[in-house]
Design a protein around this ligand. Structure first.
Ligand code: ADP
Length: 965
């Protein structure tokens, strides 16, 4: 096959390989090689590498260009691609001639400026660790100003990107500047490393310690823990990138973050702080992500700016009863130096910027964050949580970088005050799910079947965005493939599947009793259930032999595989923990549903809506669920546990699911039906009451305005519980009392899983509502999940939600048939010209549609022209928002012409690259400001049909329609 055709055929695979990590590095390396080969001109490069544009768009531009350039360029592109990503699957050609062409071309060079181009890939490598030195030489020689230096060293750039920006600047400064850089590189003797930058050679003992530390970390992190028990899965084989985003909007960051960006300067909001928070739901992959970072560091493949990395698990720290000094904490909990402990500790104190601490699962710590007890002395002993809190604040060891993971609900403003940034881990993307399943099943045939069955069950596919659920689904593929289409819908279904899977696969017992699988293993469920239930009440995740004994857990129960072994650090005794925290919550829920030992008030207390409180105020909600005799010892001082509410909520969600009508047959012979019925009634009552409480909090609307409800914390959780029950009457009852015109769920962590639940519940609303889901992680899969409630939506706000053309295609195919649907806002998503045909169709067909906002997407002239086609036939649209796109002169003109006779439009904004003014209605004019889009004042209005747009191409300008004075 011709390579040019391959570029087309393998487009998806190539784009995935170049962009799926979220980092621009692979693409930029390919560009470096193509530039050095002379396959791309400087102008080509600038057209592709548009800063601020989404990574995928830049990559698409490159593919378009190499395709246009023909067979030879495509061949070289594949050679460059293979050099950058040698292991990429499903991409490339079998022809090997391409790579030799790469080598030959690199030989030729004459002027220094040319050398900068032809040697670009190796120069980037050489410069990346010594940008400061090169800039210094350029400033001293008078070629660079301090403004040039600032541009190069923008903190959002990685070291490699800084090197490239430096080369780009030097190129514009001419031959003598290029010479200075080449000379600088020639004189540079030392290999690149931050250690060498500061001319530091750590003492031999420190280097020895580093070796010991890294080999211990490598050993600890090379296998994934959920595979414990019978089998191990190597992290390398299974690790799949999750979606990382900054919690705060950051104008300079486009698209997802890479792993190393977590620790890097990207998105810093508080320069004084050294702590980064990685937040994500339980099972979202936080621990695995840290494990990956640890492994990469230990192998020397990432984070090499740090000489020493100290990993801590808050779960393990819980069992440390002693007061420790910082030195004891580091050496006893991470790695013991064989000799010269004092010297090594002194080195750590003296070089905080070379040290990285990670704290996994802050939400699992028994004590909530507090900054009351200040500690600055590194030799003073203190309880470990006090040491930890002081490290996070920076009172102890200021300058050490810290990465902390936690569930979002478990950290309050007091803690956030000490963060330099917060990164959100949002589970797997659709391609991540695909990738994970393929990695999980070495048999490609099985992987394809699992994926196929996921695609036919979108509710399940939605759940798989959570890595832990993706793991369960993959693990239980036989059950999955065996069950009828669509039968697995809720999180409870998925956990019941794994329960059955473990019992049937890990038990040697043959079922000759005629009992159903649950009946057969009821005692195991109750023993483990009690352990889990008591543990959650006491914020205990690691259990001693005595704990197991107290709950009646036997050797046989342990063998089922739900528990894995772990070491109790302080006593060095063997301990046990559940495979995952969510598994512990599931067993706690089973206990609540099946046991006859729980209190009558257990369920009502479980469903109480409580706010998380910070230190000092005890919530003690879960503990109160326990019969008083079972209440475990709480830490003194009445401290609260940040984990209490989230754990209680997860458990309550499972309780709702387990008490669903669909599962009652399972309990039939395990629990008296009268007891079961009573528990069901209790849950239904709690859900109804919980919703009432939310509805009562809705303020009366100001006269003339719509009645709007902003979701309070806990609302989404209640919705999820109702979904788990899968009983229409419960959903109907809950929604019948909601009387609002507008439901606002912005910044509520809404992903595909939540969308499924929302759609299920909202479809029971009596009157149409506006649904505002801005700033969540809905994505295309979430959009698909929302379809069942579109008939009851009159407007849908999905700003900033990672939606692409595919999601829009499905959404519009549905909403075009929905009578009430009149407004949509999609500002800041990933839309391109491929979606405008669908909008055009919507505009033509729906003559009651009033508002279309598509600002800040990737629409161009082509898309604008397609929209114009629809606009010509539409007689209802009042608002059109298109700013922040690149619709260009011709696009703007097409729109203006289409709108010429519009009698309904009230105000429009879009950005283009043109200077034109088109007459509209007699009372309206179209203005082009000639100013960057950020500056929206209509100064500088230029009246002309068309003109040269040389500076306008540099600064996309805003066009707006205004009423004539
Ligand atoms: P959290 O710490 O957020 O609760 P974990 O990291 O423990 O979540 O993830 C739960 C399980 O999900 C892991 O044990 C693993 O099986 C799977 N998992 C999570 N993240 C990944 C990943 N990036 N790649 C592969 N599997 C993952």
């Amino acid at each position: 096959m011709f390579v040019q055709e391959l570029v087309l055929r393998q487009r998806t695979e190539i784009l995935n390989a170049l962009c799926s990590s979220g980092s621009a590095e692979h693409l930029e390396q390919v560009l470096d090689i193509l530039l050095s080969q002379g396959e791309l001109t400087w102008e080509d490069y600038q057209n592709i590498q548009v800063s601020g544009r989404a990574l995928h768009c830049n990559a698409r531009k490159l593919l378009d260009l190499v395709y246009i350039k023909g067979e030879d360029t495509c061949g070289l592109f594949f050679a460059a691609f293979k050099r950058v990503l040698p292991d990429a699957k499903g991409v490339g050609t079998s022809s090997s001639g391409c790579s030799s062409t790469l080598e030959e071309k690199e030989e030729h060079q004459s002027t220094c400026t040319e050398t900068l181009l032809t040697q670009r890939p190796s120069l980037v490598e050489k410069l990346r660790g010594c940008i400061d030195g090169a800039l210094e030489d350029l400033v001293t020689s008078g070629h660079f100003t301090s403004a040039d230096c600032c541009e190069v060293q923008l903190p959002i750039h990685t070291p490699c990107q800084q090197a490239r920006r430096l080369l780009d600047h030097v190129r514009s400064k001419g031959e003598s500047a290029a010479k200075v850089v080449l000379q600088f590189i020639q004189h540079k003797q030392e290999p690149v490393s931050p250690l060498s930058q500061e001319k530091l050679t750590p003492p031999k003992e420190v280097l020895k310690y580093q070796k010991k530390l890294s080999s211990s970390i490598s050993a600890q992190s090379c296998f994934l823990s959920t595979y414990g028990g019978t089998s191990h899965m190597s992290l390398d084989d299974i690790y799949t990138d999750g979606q990382l985003e900054l919690a705060h909007n950051c104008v300079d960051v486009n698209g997802p973050l890479g792993l190393e960006d977590i620790v890097g300067a990207v998105g810093t909001v508080n320069k004084e702080a050294d702590t980064v928070l990685v937040s994500g739901e339980a099972g979202g992959g936080k621990s695995t992500l840290l494990q990956r970072l640890h492994l990469l560091w230990a192998r020397g493949a990432a984070l090499q700016d740090f000489l020493l990395l100290f990993p801590f698990s808050c779960r393990r720290l819980n069992s440390e009863q002693r007061e420790l000094s910082l030195q004891e904490l580091l050496f006893q909990h991470c790695c013991w130096p064989d000799r010269q402990q004092e010297e090594i500790f002194q080195f750590i104190l003296d070089h905080p910027h070379l040290i990285l601490f990670t704290f996994d699962g802050l939400d699992e710590l028994k004590q909530s964050f507090s900054d009351e007890h200040r500690l600055c002395c590194p030799t003073q002993r203190a309880p470990v949580h006090i040491l930890l809190f002081n490290l996070i604040q920076g009172s102890l060891m200021k300058g050490v970088r810290k990465v902390v993971t936690s569930r979002p609900e478990a950290v309050g403003p007091l803690f956030k005050k000490h963060l330099c940034k917060e990164v959100l881990l949002k589970g797997f993307s659709p391609s991540g799910i695909d990738c994970f399943v393929r990695k999980h099943h070495s048999d490609a045939h099985v992987a394809a079947k699992v994926l196929e069955s996921l695609r036919t069950n979108t509710a399940l596919l939605g759940l798989c965005h959570s890595p832990v659920l993706c793991w369960i689904v993959s693990q239980c593929h036989k059950e999955l493939l065996g069950c009828g289409e669509g039968s697995l819908q809720t999180i409870t279904d998925v956990y019941l599947m794994i329960l059955q899977h473990f019992f049937q696969h890990q038990s040697s017992l043959k079922n000759t009793t005629g009992l159903c699988w649950l009946q057969q293993h009821l005692q195991t469920v109750l023993h483990l259930g009690k352990l889990a239930f008591d543990g959650i009440g006491a914020t205990c995740y690691i259990f001693s032999g005595t704990d197991l004994e107290t709950c009646g857990v036997t050797e046989k129960d342990i063998c089922m595989g739900f528990l894995m072994q772990s070491k109790d650090i302080s006593t060095h005794a063997e301990g046990y923990e559940f495979l995952h925290l969510t598994m512990q919550c599931f067993f706690a829920a089973l206990y609540i549903v099946l046991s006859d030992n729980t209190d009558r008030s257990t369920i009502p207390k479980l469903f109480e809506t409580q706010k998380i409180k910070e230190a000092g105020q005890s919530s003690r909600c879960f503990i109160a669920c326990l019969p008083s005799t079972d209440q475990p010892q709480r830490p003194s001082g009445g401290e609260t546990t940040a984990a209490e509410t989230p754990n209680r909520q997860i458990t309550a969600t499972f309780v709702s699911g387990l008490l669903s009508q669909r599962h009652r047959n399972l309990w039939l012979h395990c629990c008296p039906s009268a007891v079961m019925e009573k528990r069901v009634r209790q849950v239904v009552k709690c859900l109804s009451k919980g919703m009432q409480k939310h509805f009562k909090s809705i303020p009366q609307p100001v006269e003339g305005e719509k009645k709007s409800m902003h979701a309070m914390p806990g609302f989404v959780w209640l919705i999820k519980c109702i979904y788990e029950m899968q009983e229409d009457r419960v959903a109907k009852d809950a929604m019948s009392k909601l009387e609002v015109d507008h439901l606002k769920l912005t910044y509520c962590n809404i992903g595909p899983v939540e969308c499924t639940a929302l759609a299920y519940v909202l479809q029971h609303l009596r009157n149409p509502v506006g649904l505002q889901l801005d700033n969540n992680s809905v994505g295309d899969v979430g959009v698909e999940q929302l379809l069942p409630c579109m008939h009851i939506c009159n407007s849908l706000y999905l700003r900033n939600n990672n939606i692409t053309d595919e999601g829009i295609r499905k959404l519009l195919a549905k909403t075009i048939q929905c009578e009430h649907f009149k407004k949509i806002a999609l500002f800041n998503n990933n839309l391109t010209d491929a979606c405008t045909q669908h909008f055009s169709r919507l505009l033509k067909i729906k003559q009651n549609f009033v508002s279309l906002r598509l600002g800040n997407n990737n629409l161009t002239e082509k898309g604008a022209k397609q929209l114009a086609e629809g606009l010509k036939c539409n007689h209802s649209l009042e608002y059109l928002g298109l700013w922040g796109n690149k619709i260009g002169d011709a696009g703007a003109e097409a729109l203006a012409t289409a709108l010429e006779n519009s009698k309904t439009l009230l105000g429009r904004q879009w950005s283009g690259e043109c200077r034109s003014m088109c007459p509209l209605q007699h009372h309206q004019e179209l203005y082009v400001t000639g100013r960057p889009v950020v500056d929206r004042e209509p100064h500088n209005q230029i009246r002309s049909g068309k003109s040269d747009s040389s500076d306008a191409t540099q600064h996309p300008c805003e066009i707006s329609v205004v009423e004539k004075q």
